[in-house]
Design a protein around this ligand. Structure first.
Ligand code: ASP
Length: 439
């Protein structure tokens, strides 16, 4: 059994957090490969080291004095080193970083130093070997992650090591320069390492005990989700419930490795297990609820629309021409409604309307703004009668008007459109009907 453990920024923000992480790793010998993030926030007002590095490098790029900023970053690392009583000095590393900043080594290089330095501390603290991610993670000429090369080089390197620390977030590009993933990318590194060492599980340690059935800012004491499939997670993350970087799923999913989201501050909590498929029943009929505010419904009406060949294609062309992505498209016999993001649509609404007129000459175009979409997701819905009925009667009892309904043929989710002002109440009503009644 081999486990890869990735720790997020809040799990490594201070010496006290490092000590918790040390206990977690030492408690299980199979936790052999460790992927750290850069130190995150110690409290709500604090700044992440990655953000400090971006700000510091921005000064360097403008040829302004960045030494004060760099010193503050060094102090954050030194407080971790001293708090852990390590005999480690990062003086030489900081000299190199200062020189490279002066020489404008690039913003990705700058940001990556957060994980790089934290990796050195972690390796020293655990007595594990440090493997620089720039030597084992690669991007191709186009800047895309090179999965084949990475897998080959990394498996070969880690095969020989009983234990290792591989810092998250970066690798190197085709020219050998440091390149980072997008923000939150240490999750991706953890997934890549898991694939390379054929891990039995990828443990992703953070500051919550996994995914919850609903957003805890909306539903008080929302229940945790014990097991979720990749597809369910994708539906929920798309609707804003984020626990993990989206791209972190692909490497492990391909290799059939489950992800376990765990809480560094409550290690005994089971957390959430993310799997390809499962015959384990979810605790409730639904697995999760998530939603997003800020949509506009563009309704296009035309008599005899249904018999006009190519009507939908031509109407949608109006959105495509204006670079607007489409979220949902419920339709009737002589009407089709297109849900789009309000932010994206607002600046271009008149162009879109005139393109629709030009392409399909409709009778009426009606716009309704300030709408929300809510996804009720659950593999359990497929085999259960009456799920939709319960959702809509709960919403009716809560006095909420449903503006749109869309159920995918996979029966994995039901999407509901409501007014922004009903958003929170709708989520609470759906949560209550499934979770509070435990059905
Ligand atoms: N430190 C990077 C960030 O703040 C990457 C990560 O933490 O995953 O985005």
């Amino acid at each position: 059994m081999v486990k890869v453990v990735k720790f997020g920024g809040s799990s490594l923000a201070s010496a006290a957090q490092f000590a918790k992480v040390g206990d977690i790793i030492r408690a299980d010998k199979t936790r052999r490969y460790v992927v750290p993030s850069a130190p995150g926030k110690r409290n709500a007002k604090d700044t992440k080291v990655t953000d400090m590095l971006y700000a510091c490098y921005a000064l360097a790029e403008e040829d302004e004095d960045f030494k004060g900023q760099l010193k503050k970053i060094k102090e954050r690392y030194n407080s971790i080193i001293n708090g852990l009583n390590l005999s480690l000095s990062l003086d030489e590393e900081f000299k190199v970083i200062e020189k490279n900043f002066k020489e404008k080594a690039g913003v990705d290089y700058a940001a990556s130093r957060g994980e790089y330095l934290n990796g050195i501390i972690m390796a020293n603290y655990l007595g594990y070997e440090f493997v620089d991610a720039a030597e084992v993670i690669f991007f191709d000429e186009e800047g895309n992650f090179d999965s084949d090369k990475t897998d080959k080089v990394m498996s070969k390197r880690l095969e020989k090591l009983e234990n290792a620390v591989v810092p998250g977030f970066y690798g190197s590009d085709a020219e050998g320069n440091v390149k980072t993933f997008s923000r939150g990318g240490s999750d991706i590194t953890g997934s890549i390492v898991s694939k390379a060492v054929h891990a039995s599980v990828y443990e992703n340690w953070t500051d919550v005990s996994g995914c919850l059935v609903a957003d805890p800012r909306i539903v008080e004491n929302a229940q945790p989700i014990k097991v979720i499939t990749y597809r369910e997670l994708r539906e929920l993350s798309y609707m804003g419930a984020s626990v993990l970087h989206e791209d972190a799923i692909f490497p492990v999913r391909k290799a059939g490795i489950p992800i376990n989201i765990k809480n560094t501050n409550a290690p005994e909590d089971e957390g959430t297990l993310i799997v390809e498929s499962t015959c384990q029943k979810a605790d409730f009929t639904i697995t999760g609820i998530a939603g997003k505010k800020g949509f506009v419904a563009v309704s296009i009406d035309k008599d005899m629309m249904n018999s006009e060949v190519g009507f939908c294609r031509k109407a949608l062309q109006a959105f495509e021409e204006n670079g607007i992505s489409i979220e949902h498209m419920p339709s009737g016999i002589d009407t089709m409604t297109v849900f789009v993001h309000q932010e994206e649509f607002e600046g271009k609404e008149q162009q879109v309307i005139s393109s629709i007129r030009h392409h399909v000459n409709p009778d009426v175009i009606d716009l309704e703004a300030d709408l929300s979409l809510i996804a009720v997701v659950g593999r359990g819905m497929r085999s259960t009668r009456g799920t939709a009925g319960r959702i809509f009667s709960a919403l009716a009892h809560a006095n909420i008007n449903v503006k749109m309904i869309d159920q995918g043929s996979s029966e994995l989710n039901i999407i509901i459109g409501v007014s922004n002002s009903d958003f929170e109440n709708a989520i609470r009503a759906i949560y209550d009907i499934f979770v509070m009644t435990r059905l």
